[in-house]
Ligand binder design. Structure first.
Ligand SMILES: Cc1cc2nc3c(=O)[nH]c(=O)nc-3n(C[C@H](O)[C@H](O)[C@H](O)COP(=O)(O)OP(=O)(O)OC[C@H]3O[C@@H](n4cnc5c(N)ncnc54)[C@H](O)[C@@H]3O)c2cc1C
Length: 427
């Protein structure tokens, strides 16, 4: 069944009987930026996502460790599109594209017609074929996954406290020393020293360990060498057992096997080694490059498909891929929307010029690293305040900004160290 507004023939560009339709697949950083840009323009915008909400991934590690609630970092996509008179939302999983007929294919069997298509699907965890990783390791890439980590961690602490047969030695292994792994390990180490002694006084702290495993000789690869050294030192001081030049070779339900032969117990193995495009994308008939990213020209149009744009984590320009971060996604979404407006006005497209605004990663309370393109670098409290401020501003919706500010303030400013963690059903 087609959901084309009129008829079921091939899509038409703006021809007087209806405004052109732009379909945006994926309501993440890139998709939302595109919809914002197209709002109030003379186009019909249809945003599609498999979830009814957008997720602010950079703060999911706070959800996984009980500092924030899932609702603080998610925003209803219908509420978002309702801000614009020309935009609508539909919850559906996209399963492919029929580029010749300009249709998006969906899991419900519906086909959705478009004049222009923006693909902003994001990516998923890359397990690099490590045995057991996909089955047993956990990620913090989605709201559901972050909650699963939270339930696993705190349910296990309850089991350890009662010496239940289901209890696993309270060791958390974080795999991958990029920003996600560093932030997660730093937060867990902080909980170990500030929260656990108060909330789980019966558990011997020496048994609780946070191990960060990284196969290269450094953490935070894209950062300057002094920032990487600073981060490694700070993590160790905070109690993280940092294993550099070590790889995880196997993941089991309650342990991991390291490249040096050690078999580490693990109550939760958190996978943060990098990302790749979802496998199903290979069946969409679009050109793919490294990591499965869709190949786009410098104007962000998919090679061979001038009506389709691919932006954010899922798109990579043949001119050189942008980093898979929020800023390139936001700027890519805006760029695709601007090019559609240009094309509809009879103007040619322009190449995308990415403006690097800097990179940051937090290590724990009052500690972060920030690096600007002009060479300015910040560490410690100033960097951390910049990190907190930026993340709160970037959230979608006033309610989420206020809730996050309140919850992070309780976590970091009151010094009580007691988290109001709600442990769900044991996973
Ligand atoms: C844990 C974590 C921490 C991070 N921290 C930072 C940080 O501190 N700073 C930073 O700059 N970046 C950070 N990133 C990276 C940043 O979140 C991503 O680069 C950014 O989200 C990419 O935006 P996007 O719009 O391309 O994709 P996403 O934000 O991933 O959005 C993709 C959307 O597409 C939807 N979707 C996917 N497949 C389908 C389908 N088949 N049908 C329908 N809908 C679909 C998804 O549900 C999702 O809503 C982090 C990422 C993670 C996972």
């Amino acid at each position: 069944m087609s959901t084309a507004p009129q008829g079921s023939g091939p899509a038409r560009r703006s021809n007087g009987d209806r405004p052109p339709r732009v379909v945006v697949v994926g309501g993440g950083f890139a998709g939302l930026a595109a919809v914002r840009m197209l709002g109030a323009r003379n186009v019909d915008v249809l945003l599609l996502d498999r979830n009814a909400y957008a997720t602010f991934q950079p703060l999911l590690y706070q959800v996984a460790t009980g500092g924030l609630n899932p609702g603080d970092v998610t925003f209803a996509l219908r509420a978002f599109t309702s801000r614009y008179g020309n935009a609508r939302f539909r919850r559906v999983t996209v399963t492919g594209v029929d580029a010749d007929r300009r249709r998006v294919l969906t899991d419900t069997g519906d086909e959705i017609e478009y004049d222009y298509l923006i693909l902003s699907l994001g990516v998923t965890a890359n397990y690099f074929g490590i045995p057991g990783a996909e089955k047993y390791a956990k990620t913090i890439y989605t709201r559901k996954a972050a909650l699963e980590v939270r339930d696993t961690l705190f349910s296990n602490l309850e089991a350890v406290d009662q010496n239940l047969p289901t209890a696993v030695e309270p060791v958390v292994v974080v795999v991958g020393g990029g920003a996600t792994g560093v932030e997660m390990a730093g937060m867990l180490a902080e909980m170990r020293t500030s929260t656990l002694p108060k909330t789980y006084p019966e558990i011997d702290l020496d048994r609780v360990r946070v191990v960060l495993v990284e196969m290269t000789n450094d953490v935070l690869g894209p950062f300057a060498p002094d920032m990487r050294e600073y981060t490694a030192r700070e993590l160790r001081e905070r109690g993280v057992d940092l294993r550099l030049e070590t790889a995880v070779e196997e993941v089991h339900k309650d342990c991991v096997v390291l490249s040096d032969g050690e078999r580490l117990p693990s109550a939760a193995t958190i996978w943060a080694t990098g990302v790749r495009a979802d496998d199903h994308l290979s069946r969409w008939g679009l050109p793919q490059g490294r990591g499965g990213r869709i190949q786009v020209k410098p104007d962000m149009r998919v090679v061979g498909h001038p009506e389709i744009f691919a932006v954010g984590d899922v798109g990579a320009s043949t001119d050189g891929p942008l980093p898979q971060l929020a800023q390139p996604a936001i700027q890519g979404g805006r760029h695709a929307a601007t090019q559609i407006i240009r094309l509809l006005s009879g103007m040619p497209t322009e190449p995308m010029h990415y403006r690097d605004k800097g990179t940051m990663a937090t290590i724990g309370r009052s500690d972060a690293v920030v690096q600007f393109p002009n060479g300015l670098k910040l560490t410690g409290l100033v960097a951390w305040l910049a990190w907190v401020g930026l993340h709160i501003v970037q959230l979608t919706g006033q309610r989420n900004r206020l809730a996050t500010l309140a919850n992070l303030s309780v976590r970091y400013l009151t010094g009580s160290g007691r988290l109001n963690v709600i442990v769900g059903d044991p996973p």
